[in-house]
Design a protein around this ligand. Structure first.
Ligand code: AP5
Ligand code: MG
Length: 222
């Protein structure tokens, strides 16, 4: 099971990723979580933080390097989910060149208005990347992570001005990637599915699992 989860900021990629990796017992590569783990006390960490804080994408060169290193370091090969990668056509091509075969592309669809509502109330547990929402998905104890009891924080880039920049970046690069994977789907190399993500978390999760169940064993490179 090799899955890519696509979708705009706030569509629920992180939320659904955590549910899916627990359910299927697969590994995750979340580029956003990896980038947030870089410390600011060096040039590279500072540069990453700066770019994220204004809602701009990090260079393809660096992201591809991080992905390669992560796959190697964590010995990722069989079952995995990619959250937040690829985000540009060059990243998608690099992934193919790495000979990392993908079985399923799941794209979450949601309106910009809902995105703003979701990101405005988001809380995260920085070490694990677990995500909550003050209204839609509150933690059991206010501002505390359900598992560790540690503090939750708001992300710096979850301010309306920055969210708007992130959306501009997303729409600028998104179309070529979907076209690329739609072509792959026509060749029956992958299964591609768009999922309406405007219902609650459990319902979106059910739709994703139904898609995976229905398409199991129906592609060339499983
Ligand atoms: P990243 O961390 O990946 O951010 P993003 O793509 O902007 O996506 P988000 O994490 O904001 O949203 P999400 O879809 O994960 O939603 P979530 O599940 O949290 O990347 C951050 C930055 O890093 C980028 O801006 C860029 O600078 C850089 N970067 C990352 N990858 C890169 C790459 N490949 N190339 C270059 N640069 C890269 O949900 C959001 C909220 O909604 C939560 O509060 C959640 O509880 C709630 N929620 C979720 N689902 C539902 C639901 N169904 N109903 C109600 N509420 C819901
Ligand atoms: Mg995320």
């Amino acid at each position: 099971m090799k899955i890519i989860l696509l979708g705009p900021p706030g569509s629920g990629k992180g939320t659904q990723s955590k549910l899916l990796i627990n359910h299927y017992n697969i590994q995750i590569v979340s580029i956003g979580d990896i980038l947030r783990s870089y410390k600011e006390n060096n040039k590279l960490g500072k540069k990453i933080k700066e770019k994220i804080s204004i809602g701009k994408l990090i260079s393809d060169q660096l992201i591809i390097k991080i992905v390669k290193e992560t796959f190697k370091k964590n010995n990722i090969s069989k079952n995995f989910l990619l959250d937040g990668f690829p985000r540009t056509i060059d990243q998608a091509i690099a992934l193919k060149e790495m000979k990392i075969k993908i079985n399923y592309i799941i794209e979450l669809i949601i309106s910009d208005d809902d995105i703003i509502k979701r990101l405005n109330g988001r809380l995260i547990h920085l070490p694990s990347g677990r995500t909550y929402h003050t209204i839609y998905n509150p933690p059991k104890i206010k501002n505390k992570d359900d598992i560790t009891g540690e503090n939750l924080i708001f992300r710096d880039d979850d301010q309306v001005k920055v969210i708007k920049n992130r959306l501009v970046e997303y729409y600028k690069f998104h179309k070529p990637i979907t076209n690329f994977y739609k072509k792959e789907a026509k060749l029956k190399n992958i299964k591609y599915c768009q999922i309406n993500a405007d219902s609650d978390i459990a319902n979106v999760n059910k739709k994703i699992k139904n898609f995976l169940k229905k398409n199991k064993d129906q592609i060339n490179n499983v």
